[in-house]
Ligand binder design. Sequence first.
Ligand code: PMP
Length: 344
Amino acid sequence: MKEEIQAHANVLQLIGNTPLIKLNNITANMKGNYFAKVEAFNPGHSSKDRIALYIIEQAEEKGILKPGSTIIETTSGNTGFSIAMVSVLKGYKCILAVSSKSSKDKIDMLRTMGAKVYVCPAHVPADDPRSYYEVAKRLHEETEGSVYINQYFNQLNIDAHYKTTGPEIWNQTKGQITHLVACSGTGGTISGTARFLKEQNPNIKVIGIDAFGSVLKKYHETREFDKNEIYPYRIEGLGKNLIPAATDFDSIDEFIKVTDDESAHTARELAKTEGIFAGYTSGAAMQGLKQLEENGEFDKASTIVVIFPDHGSRYMSKIYSDEWMEQQGFMDTEVEQTASVQVV
Ligand code: PMP
């Protein structure tokens, strides 16, 4: 009898169950115990694989999706890539309306994965007919038998993380987690994970990472939408110019804001200190964690989990390009020039 071949049926089986990795060096002078949930280990290289698979399978179960159906979404790139990947394996067409702020790499990746991509202007209000929200809505209305994932307003986005990311972190930390630090874009990751963790232990503190130029922190504090908070920023996938229904603000204890500049440098530092090649928002989350440390948030008894949402390869033409960093005025020329003459 032949031995059974050890293989996965397809890449979808590799979604979730991402590793928790101890941070040893970047945290050297910090008080607590720090672990990163590295979502780049998903086959689509981001946490968005979880929601793409979950939402699509829920729609299949309800009979909404049928063979050959079209799936439509607005996305900064990662959700689109994950939906395109799941669509390839399940035989759906995929149409994506994306912001012009998304990197060229991300847009090319979506097309590589078979998606039809519409690039929409970034700096228009959400209700402008040119915004990616409005374009997706129109495409949904025009395409018969289509499904609009609508990640910012879909409660299944929260459920996906409640069912997967939350239990994984609880089990991996053996229930010892005291703090969760996570980015908030749609809010699905932080809300679903927080809900599950707080059901296990209501004392776990959940801190959301927001960007300067986004309304989330102010809304959390005042429950008011203040459009004066809105202005352009560089980090993709973090913060928002609207209030997403996929964010459960009550499950989050506090928001902290991070800058484009420091987040980019912290992402680069993660590669050089921990060998973790992560995306821009991972740098933002780590930067937020550093600020919390400086504010005296953690002590020796703290076990902190920070979620790193995606992989660094998506940002080669941005934060990992010295030219781009210089153009943004982010470069500390003295340090970086010294590094560039060290040839192996
Ligand atoms: N980081 C990146 C790179 C993202 O694409 C997103 C999703 N917009 C997030 C963080 C935030 O995750 P969530 O939407 O679940 O809040």
